[in-house]
Ligand binder design. Structure first.
Ligand code: NAP
Length: 276
Protein backbone atom coordinates (compact mmCIF):
# COMPACT_ATOMS: atom_id res chain seq x y z
CA UNK A 1 0.00 0.00 0.00
CA UNK A 2 1.27 3.46 -0.89
CA UNK A 3 1.82 6.00 1.89
CA UNK A 4 1.69 8.86 -0.63
CA UNK A 5 -1.11 11.39 0.11
CA UNK A 6 -3.91 11.31 -2.47
CA UNK A 7 -6.42 13.85 -3.78
CA UNK A 8 -9.52 13.23 -5.91
CA UNK A 9 -11.50 15.81 -7.90
CA UNK A 10 -14.88 14.78 -9.29
CA UNK A 11 -15.98 15.95 -12.76
CA UNK A 12 -12.52 17.20 -13.63
CA UNK A 13 -12.17 16.55 -17.36
CA UNK A 14 -13.08 20.20 -18.03
CA UNK A 15 -14.06 23.51 -16.49
CA UNK A 16 -13.39 24.35 -12.86
CA UNK A 17 -12.62 20.74 -11.90
CA UNK A 18 -9.89 20.58 -14.54
CA UNK A 19 -8.39 23.82 -13.19
CA UNK A 20 -8.57 22.45 -9.63
CA UNK A 21 -6.58 19.39 -10.75
CA UNK A 22 -4.07 21.67 -12.46
CA UNK A 23 -3.57 23.70 -9.27
CA UNK A 24 -3.39 20.61 -7.05
CA UNK A 25 -0.76 19.07 -9.34
CA UNK A 26 1.34 22.17 -8.64
CA UNK A 27 0.62 22.56 -4.94
CA UNK A 28 -0.40 19.23 -3.38
CA UNK A 29 2.37 16.94 -2.18
CA UNK A 30 0.96 13.66 -3.43
CA UNK A 31 -1.00 11.89 -6.15
CA UNK A 32 -3.80 13.86 -7.80
CA UNK A 33 -6.63 12.00 -9.53
CA UNK A 34 -8.47 13.65 -12.39
CA UNK A 35 -11.76 11.79 -12.66
CA UNK A 36 -14.40 11.76 -15.39
CA UNK A 37 -17.51 9.78 -16.15
CA UNK A 38 -16.25 9.26 -19.70
CA UNK A 39 -12.77 7.65 -19.73
CA UNK A 40 -11.81 9.05 -23.13
CA UNK A 41 -12.69 12.64 -22.13
CA UNK A 42 -10.77 12.00 -18.91
CA UNK A 43 -7.66 10.65 -20.64
CA UNK A 44 -7.69 13.56 -23.09
CA UNK A 45 -7.75 15.98 -20.16
CA UNK A 46 -4.86 14.13 -18.48
CA UNK A 47 -2.88 14.40 -21.72
CA UNK A 48 -3.50 18.18 -21.82
CA UNK A 49 -2.06 18.61 -18.34
CA UNK A 50 0.86 16.34 -19.21
CA UNK A 51 1.66 18.76 -22.04
CA UNK A 52 1.97 21.41 -19.32
CA UNK A 53 4.51 19.21 -17.53
CA UNK A 54 2.01 18.07 -14.87
CA UNK A 55 1.33 14.49 -13.83
CA UNK A 56 -2.28 13.85 -12.81
CA UNK A 57 -3.46 10.25 -12.58
CA UNK A 58 -6.84 9.10 -13.91
CA UNK A 59 -9.74 7.13 -12.50
CA UNK A 60 -13.21 6.77 -13.95
CA UNK A 61 -16.00 8.22 -11.80
CA UNK A 62 -19.65 8.78 -12.66
CA UNK A 63 -21.28 10.25 -9.57
CA UNK A 64 -24.70 9.10 -10.84
CA UNK A 65 -23.51 5.49 -10.69
CA UNK A 66 -23.11 3.86 -7.27
CA UNK A 67 -21.02 1.03 -8.74
CA UNK A 68 -18.59 3.53 -10.21
CA UNK A 69 -18.31 5.37 -6.87
CA UNK A 70 -17.71 2.11 -5.01
CA UNK A 71 -15.07 1.00 -7.51
CA UNK A 72 -13.17 4.23 -6.82
CA UNK A 73 -13.59 3.77 -3.08
CA UNK A 74 -12.22 0.21 -3.23
CA UNK A 75 -9.31 1.34 -5.40
CA UNK A 76 -8.39 4.15 -2.97
CA UNK A 77 -8.69 1.86 0.04
CA UNK A 78 -6.52 -0.79 -1.52
CA UNK A 79 -3.86 1.44 -3.09
CA UNK A 80 -3.63 4.25 -0.49
CA UNK A 81 -5.50 3.00 2.58
CA UNK A 82 -7.88 5.96 2.26
CA UNK A 83 -8.11 9.49 0.93
CA UNK A 84 -6.58 12.83 1.96
CA UNK A 85 -8.39 15.38 -0.21
CA UNK A 86 -11.84 15.12 -1.83
CA UNK A 87 -13.22 17.87 -4.04
CA UNK A 88 -16.86 17.28 -5.00
CA UNK A 89 -16.96 19.46 -8.10
CA UNK A 90 -19.05 17.48 -10.62
CA UNK A 91 -22.32 19.19 -11.40
CA UNK A 92 -24.83 20.03 -14.10
CA UNK A 93 -27.12 22.91 -14.98
CA UNK A 94 -29.78 23.26 -17.64
CA UNK A 95 -29.40 26.37 -19.75
CA UNK A 96 -31.86 29.17 -18.98
CA UNK A 97 -33.47 28.80 -22.41
CA UNK A 98 -33.77 24.99 -22.21
CA UNK A 99 -37.39 23.98 -22.83
CA UNK A 100 -37.22 20.64 -20.96
CA UNK A 101 -40.23 20.51 -18.57
CA UNK A 102 -39.36 21.94 -15.17
CA UNK A 103 -40.16 18.69 -13.34
CA UNK A 104 -37.67 16.82 -15.54
CA UNK A 105 -35.06 19.51 -14.99
CA UNK A 106 -35.64 19.22 -11.25
CA UNK A 107 -35.29 15.44 -11.22
CA UNK A 108 -32.19 15.36 -13.44
CA UNK A 109 -30.45 18.27 -11.70
CA UNK A 110 -31.10 16.96 -8.19
CA UNK A 111 -30.01 13.47 -9.23
CA UNK A 112 -26.47 14.58 -10.00
CA UNK A 113 -25.89 17.74 -7.97
CA UNK A 114 -27.46 16.57 -4.73
CA UNK A 115 -27.99 12.80 -4.72
CA UNK A 116 -24.82 12.01 -6.70
CA UNK A 117 -22.68 14.27 -4.52
CA UNK A 118 -24.26 12.75 -1.41
CA UNK A 119 -23.54 9.23 -2.63
CA UNK A 120 -19.88 10.14 -3.19
CA UNK A 121 -19.75 11.49 0.37
CA UNK A 122 -21.48 8.44 1.80
CA UNK A 123 -18.88 6.16 0.22
CA UNK A 124 -15.74 8.29 0.54
CA UNK A 125 -16.08 10.21 3.82
CA UNK A 126 -15.58 7.01 5.88
CA UNK A 127 -12.17 6.50 4.21
CA UNK A 128 -10.98 10.11 4.73
CA UNK A 129 -7.70 10.05 6.60
CA UNK A 130 -6.93 12.24 9.63
CA UNK A 131 -6.29 15.86 8.59
CA UNK A 132 -8.34 15.17 5.45
CA UNK A 133 -9.93 18.06 3.56
CA UNK A 134 -13.32 17.87 1.84
CA UNK A 135 -14.62 20.60 -0.46
CA UNK A 136 -18.16 20.55 -1.81
CA UNK A 137 -18.51 22.92 -4.75
CA UNK A 138 -21.88 24.59 -4.27
CA UNK A 139 -22.88 28.01 -5.58
CA UNK A 140 -24.04 31.47 -4.51
CA UNK A 141 -27.19 30.25 -6.28
CA UNK A 142 -27.80 28.22 -3.11
CA UNK A 143 -27.97 31.43 -1.05
CA UNK A 144 -30.26 33.22 -3.48
CA UNK A 145 -32.49 30.14 -3.77
CA UNK A 146 -32.63 29.98 0.04
CA UNK A 147 -33.85 33.58 0.00
CA UNK A 148 -36.63 32.49 -2.38
CA UNK A 149 -37.86 29.71 -0.07
CA UNK A 150 -40.81 30.07 2.30
CA UNK A 151 -39.94 31.10 5.89
CA UNK A 152 -40.66 27.57 7.01
CA UNK A 153 -38.25 26.04 4.49
CA UNK A 154 -35.61 28.66 5.24
CA UNK A 155 -35.83 27.78 8.91
CA UNK A 156 -35.34 24.09 8.12
CA UNK A 157 -32.38 24.70 5.81
CA UNK A 158 -30.69 27.00 8.35
CA UNK A 159 -31.33 24.65 11.26
CA UNK A 160 -28.32 23.42 13.24
CA UNK A 161 -30.09 20.19 14.02
CA UNK A 162 -31.47 19.13 10.60
CA UNK A 163 -30.42 15.54 9.84
CA UNK A 164 -29.20 14.10 6.55
CA UNK A 165 -32.38 11.99 6.34
CA UNK A 166 -34.53 15.11 6.77
CA UNK A 167 -32.55 16.91 4.06
CA UNK A 168 -32.96 13.96 1.69
CA UNK A 169 -36.69 13.99 2.42
CA UNK A 170 -36.89 17.71 1.56
CA UNK A 171 -34.89 17.33 -1.67
CA UNK A 172 -37.12 14.38 -2.67
CA UNK A 173 -40.20 16.43 -1.83
CA UNK A 174 -39.03 19.26 -4.09
CA UNK A 175 -38.81 16.87 -7.07
CA UNK A 176 -42.21 15.37 -6.23
CA UNK A 177 -43.76 18.84 -5.82
CA UNK A 178 -42.49 19.91 -9.26
CA UNK A 179 -44.11 16.82 -10.78
CA UNK A 180 -47.44 17.83 -9.23
CA UNK A 181 -46.81 21.49 -10.19
CA UNK A 182 -47.28 22.50 -6.56
CA UNK A 183 -43.68 23.44 -5.77
CA UNK A 184 -44.35 27.19 -5.61
CA UNK A 185 -47.41 26.68 -3.42
CA UNK A 186 -45.24 24.49 -1.19
CA UNK A 187 -42.74 27.33 -0.71
CA UNK A 188 -40.01 26.36 -3.18
CA UNK A 189 -38.23 28.84 -5.46
CA UNK A 190 -38.46 28.37 -9.22
CA UNK A 191 -34.91 27.09 -9.68
CA UNK A 192 -33.91 23.43 -9.82
CA UNK A 193 -30.20 24.28 -9.86
CA UNK A 194 -30.59 26.62 -6.88
CA UNK A 195 -32.46 24.00 -4.84
CA UNK A 196 -29.88 21.34 -5.74
CA UNK A 197 -27.14 23.64 -4.43
CA UNK A 198 -29.14 24.40 -1.26
CA UNK A 199 -28.90 20.65 -0.84
CA UNK A 200 -25.11 20.69 -1.30
CA UNK A 201 -24.58 23.58 1.14
CA UNK A 202 -26.87 22.15 3.82
CA UNK A 203 -25.39 18.66 3.35
CA UNK A 204 -21.95 20.16 4.00
CA UNK A 205 -23.12 21.80 7.23
CA UNK A 206 -24.61 18.48 8.39
CA UNK A 207 -21.52 16.47 7.44
CA UNK A 208 -19.22 18.88 9.25
CA UNK A 209 -21.39 18.50 12.36
CA UNK A 210 -21.23 14.71 12.06
CA UNK A 211 -17.44 14.85 11.79
CA UNK A 212 -17.38 16.95 14.99
CA UNK A 213 -19.50 14.36 16.73
CA UNK A 214 -17.90 11.19 15.46
CA UNK A 215 -14.32 11.97 14.44
CA UNK A 216 -13.36 15.05 16.44
CA UNK A 217 -9.77 13.90 16.96
CA UNK A 218 -9.18 13.40 13.23
CA UNK A 219 -8.98 17.12 12.39
CA UNK A 220 -10.87 16.70 9.12
CA UNK A 221 -12.11 20.01 7.69
CA UNK A 222 -15.16 20.01 5.37
CA UNK A 223 -16.64 23.07 3.67
CA UNK A 224 -18.88 24.18 0.84
CA UNK A 225 -17.93 26.99 -1.50
CA UNK A 226 -18.86 29.00 -4.56
CA UNK A 227 -16.13 29.26 -7.20
CA UNK A 228 -17.53 32.55 -8.50
CA UNK A 229 -18.96 33.15 -11.97
CA UNK A 230 -16.57 31.21 -14.16
CA UNK A 231 -16.09 30.93 -17.93
CA UNK A 232 -16.93 27.27 -18.53
CA UNK A 233 -19.36 25.31 -20.68
CA UNK A 234 -21.82 25.66 -17.80
CA UNK A 235 -21.68 29.44 -17.34
CA UNK A 236 -20.60 30.59 -20.79
CA UNK A 237 -18.01 33.04 -22.11
CA UNK A 238 -19.44 36.18 -20.45
CA UNK A 239 -18.56 35.04 -16.94
CA UNK A 240 -16.04 37.12 -15.03
CA UNK A 241 -13.51 34.54 -13.81
CA UNK A 242 -11.18 32.22 -15.69
CA UNK A 243 -11.34 28.54 -14.65
CA UNK A 244 -7.99 28.96 -12.83
CA UNK A 245 -9.45 31.88 -10.86
CA UNK A 246 -12.58 29.81 -10.15
CA UNK A 247 -10.36 27.08 -8.75
CA UNK A 248 -8.78 29.39 -6.15
CA UNK A 249 -11.32 29.06 -3.32
CA UNK A 250 -11.84 25.28 -3.73
CA UNK A 251 -8.05 24.77 -3.80
CA UNK A 252 -7.56 27.03 -0.76
CA UNK A 253 -10.03 24.83 1.15
CA UNK A 254 -8.49 21.61 -0.18
CA UNK A 255 -5.05 22.68 1.04
CA UNK A 256 -5.90 24.14 4.47
CA UNK A 257 -2.75 23.47 6.50
CA UNK A 258 -2.65 20.68 9.07
CA UNK A 259 -2.58 23.12 12.00
CA UNK A 260 -5.75 24.91 10.81
CA UNK A 261 -8.86 24.37 12.94
CA UNK A 262 -11.15 26.11 10.46
CA UNK A 263 -12.99 27.00 8.40
CA UNK A 264 -15.17 23.94 8.96
CA UNK A 265 -18.83 23.48 8.06
CA UNK A 266 -18.87 26.88 6.36
CA UNK A 267 -19.96 28.25 3.00
CA UNK A 268 -17.27 30.40 1.38
CA UNK A 269 -16.72 32.47 -1.72
CA UNK A 270 -13.57 34.39 -2.58
CA UNK A 271 -11.93 32.58 0.38
CA UNK A 272 -14.34 34.40 2.72
CA UNK A 273 -16.96 32.83 4.98
CA UNK A 274 -20.48 33.83 3.92
CA UNK A 275 -23.49 33.86 6.20
CA UNK A 276 -26.11 31.21 5.50
P1 NAP B 1 -18.72 22.31 -16.58
O1 NAP B 1 -17.67 23.00 -17.36
O2 NAP B 1 -20.02 21.99 -17.22
O3 NAP B 1 -18.07 20.98 -15.98
C1 NAP B 1 -18.83 20.09 -15.21
C2 NAP B 1 -18.03 18.83 -14.98
O4 NAP B 1 -18.83 17.93 -14.21
C3 NAP B 1 -17.68 18.11 -16.30
O5 NAP B 1 -16.43 17.52 -16.16
C4 NAP B 1 -18.78 17.05 -16.36
O6 NAP B 1 -18.41 15.91 -17.11
C5 NAP B 1 -18.86 16.69 -14.90
N1 NAP B 1 -20.05 15.89 -14.57
C6 NAP B 1 -21.35 16.18 -14.81
N2 NAP B 1 -22.11 15.15 -14.40
C7 NAP B 1 -21.26 14.21 -13.91
C8 NAP B 1 -21.44 12.91 -13.36
N3 NAP B 1 -22.66 12.35 -13.23
N4 NAP B 1 -20.36 12.23 -12.93
C9 NAP B 1 -19.14 12.77 -13.05
N5 NAP B 1 -18.89 13.96 -13.60
C10 NAP B 1 -19.96 14.68 -14.02
O7 NAP B 1 -19.10 23.15 -15.27
P2 NAP B 1 -18.21 24.06 -14.29
O8 NAP B 1 -18.63 25.45 -14.51
O9 NAP B 1 -16.79 23.68 -14.37
O10 NAP B 1 -18.82 23.60 -12.90
C11 NAP B 1 -18.10 22.90 -11.92
C12 NAP B 1 -18.84 23.03 -10.58
O11 NAP B 1 -18.89 24.40 -10.21
C13 NAP B 1 -20.30 22.58 -10.65
O12 NAP B 1 -20.64 21.92 -9.45
C14 NAP B 1 -21.07 23.88 -10.78
O13 NAP B 1 -22.38 23.77 -10.33
C15 NAP B 1 -20.22 24.79 -9.91
N6 NAP B 1 -20.39 26.22 -10.18
C16 NAP B 1 -20.03 26.76 -11.38
C17 NAP B 1 -20.15 28.12 -11.59
C18 NAP B 1 -19.74 28.78 -12.87
O14 NAP B 1 -19.89 30.01 -13.00
N7 NAP B 1 -19.18 28.05 -13.83
C19 NAP B 1 -20.69 28.93 -10.57
C20 NAP B 1 -21.04 28.35 -9.36
C21 NAP B 1 -20.87 27.00 -9.17
P3 NAP B 1 -18.83 15.76 -18.70
O15 NAP B 1 -17.77 16.49 -19.48
O16 NAP B 1 -18.80 14.28 -18.88
O17 NAP B 1 -20.19 16.36 -18.85
Amino acid sequence: MSSVPVAVVTGSNKGIGFAIVRALCKQFQGDVYLTARDPSRGQEAVAKLQEEGLHPLFHQLDIDDLQSIRALRDFLKEKYGGLNVLVNNAGIAFKVRDTTPFATQAEVTLKTNFFGTRNVCTELLPIMKPYGRVVNVSSMASSSALGGCSRELQQKFRSDTITEDELVELMTKFVEDTKKSVHEKEGWPNTAYGVSKIGVTVLSRIQARMLNEKRKGDHILLNACCPGWVRTDMAGPQATKSPDEGAETPVYLALLPSDADGPHGQFLSNKTIRSW
